[in-house]
Write a protein that binds this ligand. Structure first.
Ligand code: KIV
Length: 277
């Protein structure tokens, strides 16, 4: 069976594992990963067969209303991870390590990751960065925690990168390839490549053998990830070029709420059929 496997309520399913992702790579299969932050969407995405759900630190912006991912904490993210795990049966759930909860030392990274695995019941963690986080990745892998790497536009470094722009052009591309090789050697089971030239992503694919998951990295990666609100038209303001909108859910909600509000004001809601007798 392929990695994408929709199921119906009541079906018996098992969790996707990192071995399943490696097997999919040997079959040259492409697969989707989506962010999820709550029980309702986790259930829908899981039933749709999305094999990997990421409880991303993008929750800082789309759930908590911060203007970057930097302020989010373990206390913010942990209940979201728990909700997504509780409401899914098949997807591997990956928890993002928030800014400032792993950079200090491998011990700090291990403490944070253990919290997400033990208390959050996540199946893997994601960590941003290249060579400078290798000791952290090695410590987590040694403790039996699957680690997903994240290179390219790493939003936790936005102040250093100077904005949300394409990464890895010119010499930076060579460094990114070296980082990807180093992450694989350190034991990462997959790497997210965010907003880099498609040609560079193809070179990374040739340089490593673990699954790559792209977001704004062209179509040569094994997986593609999006923030789900971007995919369905719920994002406020301009969406980046790599986003393709598959629905206008924001408009649908706005018009439903406006209609309901009008009906309340006019007395049309609740009608007799919405009332108990
Ligand atoms: O936090 C997040 O949502 C992410 C993805 C965009 C890869 O890191």
């Amino acid at each position: 069976m392929g990695l994408v496997a929709p199921y119906a309520d009541g079906d018996t399913v098992r969790r996707v594992t990192i071995t399943d992702l490696l097997d999919a790579k040997t079959r040259s299969e492409h697969w989707p990963m989506l962010t999820a932050y709550d029980a309702t969407t986790a259930r829908i995405f899981d039933e749709a067969g999305i094999p990997v759900l990421l409880v991303g630190d993008s929750a800082a912006m789309v759930v908590f209303g911060f203007d970057s991912t930097i302020p989010i904490t373990v206390d913010h993210l942990l209940p979201l991870v728990q909700a997504v795990v509780r409401s899914s049966k098949r997807a591997m759930v990956v928890a993002d390590l928030p800014f400032g909860t792993y950079q200090e030392s491998p011990e700090q990274a291990l403490n944070t990751a253990i919290t997400f695995i033990k208390d959050g019941h996540a199946h893997a963690v994601k960590i941003e960065g290249g060579e400078h986080v290798l000791p952290q990745i090695q410590a987590l892998v040694a403790a039996g925690i699957p680690v997903m790497g994240h290179l390219g536009l790493t939003p936790q470094s936005i102040n250093q990168l100077g904005g949300y722009k394409v990464q890895g052009r010119g010499e930076d591309g060579e460094k990114l390839i070296r980082d990807a090789i180093a992450l694989e050697k350190a034991g990462a089971f997959a790497i997210v490549l965010e907003v880099i030239p498609a040609e560079l992503a193809a070179r990374v694919r040739d340089a490593v053998s673990i699954p790559l998951i792209g977001i704004g990295a062209g179509n040569s990666t094994d997986g593609q990830v999006l923030v789900w609100q971007d995919l369905v038209g719920l994002t406020v303001g301009r969406t980046p070029k790599f986003v393709k909108k598959y629905a206008e859910v924001g408009d649908a909600i706005r018009s439903a709420v406006a209609q309901w509000s009008e009906d309340v004001v006019s007395g049309a809601y609740p009608s007799d059929s919405n009332s108990y007798h």
